[in-house]
Write a protein that binds this ligand. Structure first.
Ligand SMILES: [Zn+2]
Length: 448
């Protein structure tokens, strides 16, 4: 993209090059602030792209050197309406080049795709945000309400040095913001229609499960490994971990999931027996996306880390484990009661990361504007609400009372296994999907 000169291109012409350039910044978030680099260089580049068309970007670091964020605000015709936040994170998860068909930080444009780490999570949307923000400014378009574009650090490690820091330390950046869009939603899922043919459903995220990491500690009787011991901390911990890991939490459908499954039924004729324990079996018929969708009908608690002992013949006095818990909206108290039952008397628990679930309704003017924008570019599409099984920066912004949606529009080829590209090998995004998304985003931001 030519920054300095020339007549403005149509933004969907520029988006491929911008996304490719963003991928070439290695912004790997290792989870360790010492070894996480590249966000600042990338953020500076983003700020330059926006400054070049007349924005005055605010560059700021959150919680540590190099944890860089960029904010710009575009005034709308009616500031009293409340501003819309459009957010994207600049960091990516690590990638092992030996596993990939192309180098993960090459940003290669081949076979109709832009390849590389971040192509769908989420430098695709960051690129769309940049080109649309530039287009609005260059064309002198005044949006209906104030727009706040935020490019943030550290989403891939829970936003402690990104969104959550910004919310805690710089709430002024979000002044007047009432609603937000970001990842993970707006992509198409093609389903077979009951009358033959296909329907592209555009999944708009209106809910997220909680992301809560729980540390378990068992305390027992320390002693010599050769002697009888009926209060061995390792045994007590292992039993509790196994009980939790094997436990199936009850089927619970929130309003979002009921509405989502209802739309699928309506299009496909599949029926979801919501009292049946085989609901997951029916969801399986939806193809690769089922892996993610199966996780939005129950809480999950997966053991992920174990720590105990320091010598083969010494029984330690305590042992620890970490459980990754993902809890549905409205289920927190019931979930904790079930966990306490499974823990038993000798094991205690504490949250080491506690980001609660989130759910909003699929209605109102902003939803209408998202729907209209999708239909303007894909008249055969249909927007439906869905719940993300993971978490995003929306959890931080929701703490300010902001109503959050996942809306990073992409029209995907039906056969693409989109869910597996997130944090996956050969992450890539179709060039056509980027162009489509840019057109939808431009329509949406000029009609929101
Ligand atoms: Zn992401």
């Amino acid at each position: 993209m030519t920054v300095e000169t020339g007549a403005p291109n149509h933004p969907s012409d520029d988006v491929v090059e911008v996304v490719s350039r963003l991928i070439r910044f290695d912004t790997t978030n290792t989870g360790d602030p010492e070894t996480t680099q590249g966000e600042a260089e990338c953020a500076n580049w983003v700020a330059e792209q926006l400054a070049a068309v007349g924005y005055q970007p605010e560059y700021l670091e959150s919680g540590g050197a190099g944890r860089a964020n960029v904010f710009v605000r575009l005034k709308g015709t009616d500031s009293a309406r409340g501003a819309l936040l459009i957010h994207g994170h600049l960091d990516v998860v690590p990638a092992e080049p030996a596993d990939w068909s192309v180098h993960p930080f090459s940003g290669a444009v081949e076979d109709g795709y832009v390849w590389g780490r971040g192509a769908v999570d989420m430098k695709d949307m960051v690129g769309m945000m940049i080109v649309v923000a530039r287009q609005l400014k260059q064309a002198g378009i005044v949006p209906p309400r104030d727009l706040v574009f935020a490019f943030v650090a550290d989403e891939e490690h829970g936003g402690r040095y990104g969104s959550h820091w910004l919310v805690d330390n710089r709430p002024d950046l979000f002044e007047g913001v009432t609603e937000a869009i970001g990842e993970v939603g707006g992509f198409s899922l093609t389903v077979p229609r009951r009358d033959g043919g296909e329907r592209r459903l555009y999944l708009i995220e209106t809910a997220e499960k909680g992301m809560q990491w729980m540390k378990l500690t068992a305390r027992g009787q320390a002693g010599h490994g050769s002697m009888a011991n009926d209060r061995n901390a390792v045994t007590l911990l292992a039993e509790a971990v196994a009980r939790i890991g094997r436990h199936q939490f009850p089927l619970v459908l929130t309003d979002t999931v009921v509405e989502f499954l209802g739309a699928i039924s309506d299009e496909t004729g599949l029926t979801f027996d919501t009292d049946s324990d085989d609901l997951e079996g029916v969801i399986e018929k939806l193809g690769p996306m089922a892996r993610m969708l199966k996780a939005i009908v129950r809480d999950t608690a997966n053991p992920t880390m174990l720590k105990a002992g320091y010598k083969a013949n010494v029984i330690p006095g305590s042992a620890e484990a970490v459980i990754d818990c993902r809890v549905l909206p409205g289920r927190q108290a019931a979930f904790e009661a079930e966990i306490d039952e499974l823990l038993g008397p000798d094991v205690t628990r504490e949250w080491i990361r506690d980001l609660p679930s989130y759910e909003t309704t699929f209605d109102g003017d902003l939803v209408d504007a998202m729907n209209a924008a999708v239909l303007a570019v894909d008249p055969d599409g249909r927007t439906v609400p869905y719940m993300l099984s993971g978490g995003s920066d929306a959890k931080a912004f929701a703490r300010l009372g902001i109503r959050c949606f996942g809306f990073a529009p992409l029209r995907l080829p039906p056969e693409l296994d989109f869910a597996s590209l997130f944090h996956g090998v050969d992450e890539r995004v179709p060039v056509d999907a980027l162009r489509f998304g840019t057109d939808v985003l431009a329509h949406f931001l000029t009609h929101c």
